[in-house]
Design a protein around this ligand. Structure first.
Ligand code: PGA
Length: 251
């Protein structure tokens, strides 16, 4: 595991964008696993800048998003489809037919999950997966559980997650309680993973994910077993990490 500590949110976002850019330059038709949430927003801003500078192009990239709320249409500003279009896809040259996000309005949700998993497989898996992390240690919407949930599936969101997400909604009862998410196995099958976190409120979760025991009660802890994972953090989120042999710390 590598841990890169940026000076601040801006610096860590630039470092994350550079890693994504390097991936695209080395393999223009990369399959990128993408995340929503507030953490990666600045990373997307830097990627748009690199696109505008003509350093990178997304024309051959395939984008697969981690998750989507159940019950929100793509026209709903709170859906992850809308969010991704708004902050990223509308500003780069990724082809609409190469963008995949689970359909939270699917009539047959089980089938939607299966088809999503199949399409990732048909694209030969994810080259680089970008992750955020919830305060409860979730990755995608894989919430704390008694076991690690394998492939793409429907999930009941944790009270803590619903509360955290309510900041984006006008009324509490509008916050979705269910979602479709790639599973832990889907994520672990990615060839390369970067996890981004910033701010003091993530420090304890990051400590547990990196230094704690591998436990489905903190889903991100399984990343300790991934052969090519990099945590990209700001100083505040990284403040509690203890050095250990399996961690390469970089700044
Ligand atoms: P955040 O969400 O980036 O808005 O903190 C992260 C997550 O829940 O995965």
């Amino acid at each position: 595991m590598r841990v890169i500590i940026g000076k601040d949110y801006n610096d860590m976002s630039k470092k994350a964008a550079n890693m994504v850019a390097a991936q695209i330059l080395l393999k223009p038709n990369s399959v990128l696993g993408l995340a929503t949430g507030s953490t990666p927003v600045m990373t997307y801003n830097y990627l748009i800048k690199l696109f505008n500078d003509e350093t990178i192009s997304f024309k051959d990239v395939v984008a697969v998003n981690l998750d989507e709320y159940i019950g929100l249409s793509k026209e709903n500003p709170n859906s992850y489809r809308y969010f991704m279009n708004d902050i990223f896809f509308n500003h780069v040259d990724v082809k609409p037919e190469n963008i995949y996000i689970p359909d939270g309005m699917a009539v047959d949700l089980e089938r939607e999950c299966q088809e999503y998993e199949n399409l990732i497989r048909q694209n030969d898996g994810i080259d680089l997966q970008v992750l955020g992390i919830g305060n409860n240690g979730h990755i995608g919407f894989n919430e704390p559980d008694l076991k690690f949930e394998g492939v793409t599936h429907c999930i009941d969101l944790d009270e803590e997650t619903i509360k955290a997400n309510s900041r984006f909604f006008q009324k509490d009862d509008e916050v979705p309680k269910r979602a479709i998410t790639m599973g832990v196995k889907t994520i672990m099958n990615a060839r390369k993973i970067i996890l981004l976190a910033n701010g003091p409120e993530k420090a304890e979760t990051i400590y547990k994910a990196i230094n704690g025991k591998i436990d489905p009660a903190l889903p991100a802890s399984i990343l300790q077993l991934h052969p090519d994972v990099t945590f990209i953090l700001d100083k505040e989120a990284a403040c509690c990490i203890e050095k250990k042999e399996s961690i390469t710390l970089c700044t």
